[in-house]
Write a protein that binds this ligand. Structure first.
Ligand SMILES: Cc1cc2nc3c(=O)[nH]c(=O)nc-3n(C[C@H](O)[C@H](O)[C@H](O)COP(=O)(O)OP(=O)(O)OC[C@H]3O[C@@H](n4cnc5c(N)ncnc54)[C@H](O)[C@@H]3O)c2cc1C
Length: 316
């Protein structure tokens, strides 16, 4: 046998008294197979290339049998990106049984331009809009278009004047990075809901406590609409950490530790990703949450697996 490279002082103490000294965790409650499964929604981004278009449609076809409540398509800045959103939404309407929700933003467009897009969606039978402010392309401080909707709350009110859309808005369990204060951000969320939105979808988060505490704060502020958790199954930790720094989602040390050493090991990384996301949604479900929004990144497998663990089964 090779000689030990670890000193005996660093080895775990293999005695029952040591094992049994700490707290007991008896496990998450089992899913109730007789209860209705949670309502899911899936978010996609519009593809830039033909290869990405093929990937997106493979993703949509894989997730379609899970009968999500709606699927949403993000909206970018600039004409061609926006056109791709319209085309993707139109194809979902024409070729699937899914209910689309089109994201729409205020940034870099006049009210007239935004209203025209909303009318186009209404005429095409799209009844659900995810109404957002958006960010300045390439970064930098946000400045409202001189003739535009300044904030998402203004957009929600504008959309309601055009048609009786179902409207979802964004919420930030860890506070939007540009908010004057957590209280001001919560007031803003309330304004968006009071203006006619029926639900909020949160930016993704990794610590369940952060989200649950946010729900307490929402309720205390008089908000009763569902604040649906946005779930991002992380399969590329380095990328997720970089993006999180920009959108104000904190990355806990335990998450980094979970992915440590998997940089060159895609298979282990995927399994870790599934375990992390599964634990998160099961904990949320145990806390009574019965709606989930998945940031699929146009990849179906993790979302499909996690939906399965939540008791969601294909309908056909
Ligand atoms: C579920 C979800 C989906 C998203 N989809 C997209 C997408 O498709 N395309 C895209 O470009 N981005 C998207 N985003 C990102 C989003 O556009 C950015 O996070 C953006 O910075 C804020 O958008 P918002 O709708 O939350 O803005 P708002 O609700 O308008 O708030 C923006 C900031 O301004 C503050 N604020 C609001 N009103 C006022 C006021 N009157 N005076 C002063 N401050 C005020 C708020 O507190 C907040 O800090 C999405 C985010 C989420 C959570």
């Amino acid at each position: 046998m090779p000689s030990a490279t670890v000193s005996s002082a660093t080895l775990p103490k293999a005695t029952l008294p040591e094992w049994l000294r700490g707290p007991r965790f008896s496990g998450l409650p089992p899913l109730d197979a007789t209860a209705a499964p949670p309502a899911l929604s899936f978010e996609f981004f519009p593809p830039r290339t033909e290869a990405l278009e093929t990937q997106l449609w493979a993703c949509i076809r894989r997730l379609e049998p899970l009968a999500p409540r709606f699927v949403s398509v993000t909206y970018g800045a600039g004409g061609s990106t926006r056109e791709r959103t319209h085309q993707t939404v139109a194809r979902i309407v024409a070729e699937t049984n899914l209910t689309p929700a089109a994201h729409l933003t205020c940034v870099a467009a006049s009210r007239g331009e935004v209203d025209d897009v909303a009318r186009m969606y209404w005429d095409a039978g799209v009844r659900h809009i995810v109404a957002l402010r958006g960010d300045v392309p390439g970064g930098g401080a946000y400045e409202a278009h001189p003739n535009g909707y300044a904030y998402a709350a203004d957009l929600v009110a504008g959309l309601k004047r055009i048609g009786d859309f179902e409207i979802s808005v964004a919420a930030y369990a860890e506070t939007h990075p540009e908010a004057a204060s957590p209280e001001a951000d919560l007031d803003n969320l309330k304004r968006k809901l009071d203006a006619g939105a029926t639900r909020a979808i949160t930016n993704y988060f990794f610590d369940t406590d952060v989200y649950l505490r946010f729900l307490d704060r929402c309720l205390a502020a008089g908000i009763t609409a569902p604040i649906v958790p946005g779930i991002m199954p992380v399969s590329n930790f380095a990328q997720a950490a970089k993006f999180s720094a920009m959108c104000g989602a904190s990355v806990p040390a335990w998450l980094e530790h979970m992915f440590e050493g998997t940089e060159e090991d895609a298979e282990t990384r995927r399994m870790v990703a599934a375990v992390v996301a599964a634990e998160q949604v099961r904990l949320l479900r145990a806390n009574g949450i019965d709606q989930f929004h998945f940031y699929t990144l146009n990849r179906p497998d993790l979302t499909y697996t996690i939906a399965h663990l939540l008791g969601v089964r294909p309908t056909r």
